[in-house]
Design a protein around this ligand. Structure first.
Ligand code: G3P
Ligand code: MG
Length: 256
């Protein structure tokens, strides 16, 4: 068992959390608590929950009929395998070590493991059928497995794929991923019917944030690991951050 999972929550104890109103600011474990455990693994999600994250984010790619939780195009950086993910057989992929004995999970395995303990942000990394496959899975989890739509947030940089997801599963909230400042600011999110923009930290632009606000959108910023940066974003009214160290973004609003 991972030592980290046995440790007390370092920044905010459960008693402290109980004493104050929960902060509206979201700590979103980026690829789980990927600063502490191998990214996009079940261990990384457990660690994020343990450290106080209210949400976890992970990346999904379609491999034939299977949805895999995996970030890169290639296997080399995060596993003991080599080559492109989509060029390897599922049998080979499933035997790889994704770090500390963890394996690459399917979307369904990951959802079953998380088991509604925290909100789940699924990033559609691949396209060309990924939206349809993920929509099918999430509809099943809502209709038959007791999840509620608001426990999910589906996002993508591929806005056409995200729009397709929204068409197929309009009950599931979506977020537009932005790594830049569009000419028409947050209009693309409104057009898709998204509830949020998930914005790269280099592009936290006042006009973009104000436009998102005026459209009733939440603004979440990725990937922010520095404690001072997290606190500054919170002070600016940002709604939450994606971080590899979720404990750094857990705050408690003391009752007045
Ligand atoms: O969803 C936020 C963030 O994960 C987007 O970038 O490359 O880490 O998937 P990336
Ligand atoms: Mg991601």
């Amino acid at each position: 068992m991972d030592d980290l999972l046995k440790m007390p929550i370092p920044f905010k104890t459960r008693q402290e959390l109980a004493a104050g109103a929960p902060s509206g600011f979201l700590s979103i474990g980026h690829r789980g608590a990927s600063g502490h455990a191998p990214e996009n693994t079940r261990l990384a999600m457990d660690t994020a929950v343990r450290l106080g994250a209210q949400w976890v984010e992970f990346d999904v790619q379609r491999h034939g009929d299977t949805l895999l939780v995996f970030h890169d195009d290639r296997l080399d950086r995060t596993t003991d395998g080599q080559g492109r993910l989509l060029e390897q057989s599922l049998e080979t992929i499933r035997q790889l070590d994704a770090g500390r004995g963890e394996t690459i999970p399917t979307l369904q395995e990951m959802l079953d493991h998380i088991d509604r303990r925290v909100g789940v942000n699924i990033e559609l990394k691949s396209f060309g059928g990924t939206a349809a496959a993920v929509a099918s899975v999430l509809r099943e989890y809502v209709d038959q497995r007791g999840w509620v739509p608001d426990q999910f947030l589906v996002s993508s940089f591929h806005l056409r794929e995200l729009r397709e997801f929204r068409r197929l599963a309009p009950m599931i909230p979506t977020a537009v991923l932005l790594c830049g400042v569009p000419l028409d600011l947050a209009a693309c999110a409104a057009e898709i019917g998204a509830v949020a923009i998930n914005l790269a930290s280099d592009f936290v632009d006042a006009e973009l944030v104000a436009d998102a606000r005026s459209r009733g959108l939440k603004v979440y910023v990725y990937t922010v690991n520095d404690q001072d940066d997290i606190e500054q974003l919170r002070a600016c009214g940002i709604d939450g951050v994606f971080t590899d160290y979720p404990e750094r973004a857990v705050f408690v609003d003391r009752a007045a």
